[in-house]
Every structure is written in C-alpha cells, then in structure tokens.
Design a protein around this ligand. Sequence first.
Ligand SMILES: CC(C)(COP(=O)(O)OP(=O)(O)OC[C@H]1O[C@@H](n2cnc3c(N)ncnc32)[C@H](O)[C@@H]1O)[C@@H](O)C(=O)NCCC(=O)NCCS
Ligand SMILES: Nc1ncnc2c1ncn2[C@@H]1O[C@H](COP(=O)(O)OP(=O)(O)OP(=O)(O)O)[C@@H](O)[C@H]1O
Length: 201
Amino acid sequence: MANVLGLTGGIASGKSTVSQIFKKYHFKIVDADIGARKILDPGTKGLEEVVRIFGKQILLDSGSLDRVKLGQIIFNDAKKRKQLDECLVHHIREWIVSEKNKLLARNEPLIILDIPLLIEAHYENEVDEIMVVAVSEETQLKRLMKRNELTVEEAKMRIESQLPLSEKIEMADIVIYNEGTIEETEAQVVKWLVSKGYYSE
Ligand SMILES: CC(C)(COP(=O)(O)OP(=O)(O)OC[C@H]1O[C@@H](n2cnc3c(N)ncnc32)[C@H](O)[C@@H]1O)[C@@H](O)C(=O)NCCC(=O)NCCS
Ligand SMILES: Nc1ncnc2c1ncn2[C@@H]1O[C@H](COP(=O)(O)OP(=O)(O)OP(=O)(O)O)[C@@H](O)[C@H]1O
C-alpha cells in the first residue's frame, strides 16, 4: 500500500523547494497550488464564483484571473479571504483527491501531497504522515519579501493569514529545517527517504 505524505509549512518556508527535491528522486507530487490555479482557469465554475464575489475588475483584459490583484485583496482583508476560501475549498479538495487517487491506482510507493493549507483546511485524513518544512521567522520574512517583492508589512500580513509555523511543527511527524543551504535540506530529505526504505544511497 502506498504511503501518502502530506507536505506543508508556512508561506515561503520551502515546500516547493522540498517538493523539487522529491521530484529529483522521481517521487510523484500532487501540488495544491497547481490545483488552485487549474480550478480558476478561464471557463471554470471556480473563476465564475470568484467573479461573482470580487466583480469583473478581478479579471485581466485577456479574461484570466488577475492573481496579483486577488492576492493584494485577500492578504489584506481576512473577511474577503474567508469568502474566497469558502468558495474554493471544495473545488481544491476535489482536485487534490482525484490526483491522489490517480497515483494510488498506479501503485506508486510514495505519494506526496504538497498542500500549503494542509492543517488549516483539515487534510489530515487524506495523508498517512505530515512533513513540515520549517524556517525561523526572520528567514521566512526575508525570503517572502525577496521572492514576492513585498514590504515588511505586506509580508507580515501574508504570514499572519496562516496558522503559525510553530503550531504546524507541533502537528508534524517529520520536520525538515530549511534554514541552511538547499544541499543541507536535501540531505535531510534523503535521510528520511533512506530511513523509510524508499531510497538507498
Ligand atoms: C490569492 C492567489 C490568487 C495569489 O496567487 P499567487 O500566484 O500570487 O500565489 P500562489 O498561488 O503561488 O500562492 C502562494 C502561497 O500563498 C499562500 N496562500 C494562497 N492562498 C492562501 C489563502 N487563501 N490563505 C492563506 N494562504 C494562502 C500559500 O502558502 C501559497 O503557497 C492564490 O494564492 C489563490 O488563488 N489562493 C486561493 C486558493 C488557495 O487557498 N490556495 C492554497 C492552496 S491549499
Ligand atoms: N535553503 C534555501 N536557501 C535559500 N533560499 C531558499 C531556500 N529554500 C527556499 N529558498 C527560497 O525561498 C523562497 C521560498 O521558497 P519556496 O518557494 O520553496 O517556499 P514555499 O513554501 O513553497 O512557498 P509558498 O508557500 O509561497 O508556496 C523561494 O524564493 C526560494 O528560492
């Protein structure tokens, strides 16, 4: 029976970085951020619902979602974020579970579900183990500001829109510390893969 690993962490703590490491070792990933994009493609019910809540000004001239604008709105307004979450949660879950089932049917030994809001949105029953990618608050803030070109205040708002990383760590079966170099992070992932018998060096 396949082992389903839930991969989570705080915003910009390094989930995608760890996910890339798993990919390098040929393990299969279900990426919730990709699902969240697909369910908001032009012509989807998801996008229709988002337009109903936020109006046509949330679309670019091309008819696609203006992701930057939606991000600015929801990370500055908890009520709007809740509205968005409520309208998308079922679509995202459906996509994730369907992708997971496809991989289960292929008898993959290890399936990784990369879900930023795994704890907040209660995916615990969809996974066998939870891996949390952790960094210090300073590093998280610094990397988020750099990657998304945000001010300190903007970055803090995004971090505060999620459950504190410290609380996610408490829920973890495995913690990967992504404070150092990517090579150091990779070594921790490989050590875990070896300990579970999914990989031998
Ligand atoms: C607001 C949107 C358009 C911003 O898009 P953008 O391309 O700038 O960011 P991206 O999608 O890469 O998300 C970056 C990170 O933001 C965090 N995040 C995204 N949505 C949320 C949310 N509703 N609440 C808290 N954190 C969130 C996650 O850590 C995610 O990994 C987009 O994040 C979105 O559609 N969010 C709602 C869907 C959702 O809940 N996604 C999380 C998947 S579980
Ligand atoms: N060990 C590291 N050393 C230096 N930079 C890093 C390291 N790990 C990740 N980064 C950088 O930090 C940023 C956040 O990493 P990443 O995108 O992997 O986080 P994430 O948890 O997937 O983010 P999100 O929650 O927004 O999806 C990226 O710009 C990435 O290149």
